[in-house]
Design a protein around this ligand. Sequence first.
Ligand SMILES: Nc1ncnc2c1ncn2[C@@H]1O[C@H](COP(=O)(O)OP(=O)(O)O)[C@@H](O)[C@H]1O
Ligand SMILES: [Mg+2]
Length: 385
Amino acid sequence: MKIVGLMSGTSYDGVDVAAAEFEVEGDTLWLRPLGHRELDYDDELRAEIGALLPPAGTTIEAVCRLDNRLGDAFAEAAAVGVELAGGADAVVSPGQTVFHWVADGRARGTLQLGAVARVAARVGVPVLSDLRSADIAAGGQGAPLVPAFDALLLDPAAGPRAALNLGGIANLTVVAPGAPVLGYDVGPANALLDAAARRFLDRPCDFDGARAAAGRVHQGLLAALLAEPYYAAPPPKSTGKELFHAGYLDRHLAAVGEPVPADDVLATLTELTARVVAAECDRHQVVEVVAAGGGVRNPTLRRRLAALGAGRWRLRGTDELGVPAQAKEAYAFALLGWLSWHGLPGALPSVTGATRAAVLGSWTPAGPARDAVPPTPPRRLRIRS
Ligand SMILES: Nc1ncnc2c1ncn2[C@@H]1O[C@H](COP(=O)(O)OP(=O)(O)O)[C@@H](O)[C@H]1O
Ligand SMILES: [Mg+2]
């Protein structure tokens, strides 16, 4: 079975699309990567998303417009994926998260935009969307969902291993012999870095970590950032740009009491990500960290992470396991689609905190399997008396 997975993360830089072929052999599921692409959002769409995200206010009209614009972007990406697959049986379109409602440490709701009907209309195959709500309804955080993929892929026999995703937020999955799978959002990966790059460099990110490499870590700012209570809270936990946004950075910069040069801000934020991630890897005494996401393309961040783990854990990229680092999450969503298609749960309660393992997502078109559709569509409606 061939499934196309889409992924658009908290960085809202674009949509990653991956095509995968799945084959079952006994209790082994084989995934053959058939190709992946990155489709950048255009500047206008990026600005539209940014203008709508918290803490900004918005209108229902703006939400509706963005929902449909994103639907078109995902439809385009899905079509590319179907082409890469040479025809697909299903598409997974998780949508762009615009709000994750958390109160008293519990997720109460979540909202992803990306008019799924537009995707289904474009590709003509069933589309799975809204993958988080079923887990939230089961009392879970609705995130992260990628650990199901990591748990099936990583073998903990030789010691605890971690899968790390460096997107807008840094997510960690930990698999250890005889222990339940752990997975949670560690803190910001690129979210604050990108906010600083936009503010000080007028660029979407610190390309190749060049400016951070030229700067010096500001110890006072770093200490203040590390005091964030989120890092000390026990998992399960999830976060996003509701917390780690440009205003958050501004507040901390204002509190420093002296101007901090742009390069030093970037160096400090890069160090923050590396330190927060490394502390979690040490907490779980992992022997290996397998990284993916846009942050692996930042050599300054990679270097700091590898240095902090030296002698205890090894940093590798998922490419070494056959999974392209930029597309890992898109492949993970394709896998979640495969599980849902077969009525199998995709969320891990040990990760999300749910009371049961939920089968994820809603299919569009909904209803019975396609072969149960009547062969002749009705042309008239009659009323029985
Ligand atoms: N060459 C690069 N140098 C530095 N950072 C990069 C580079 N390429 C990607 N990134 C970072 O990765 C982010 C996108 O990563 P991605 O995994 O797509 O995150 P998300 O899942 O949040 O969309 C960008 O916003 C940027 O911060
Ligand atoms: Mg992205």
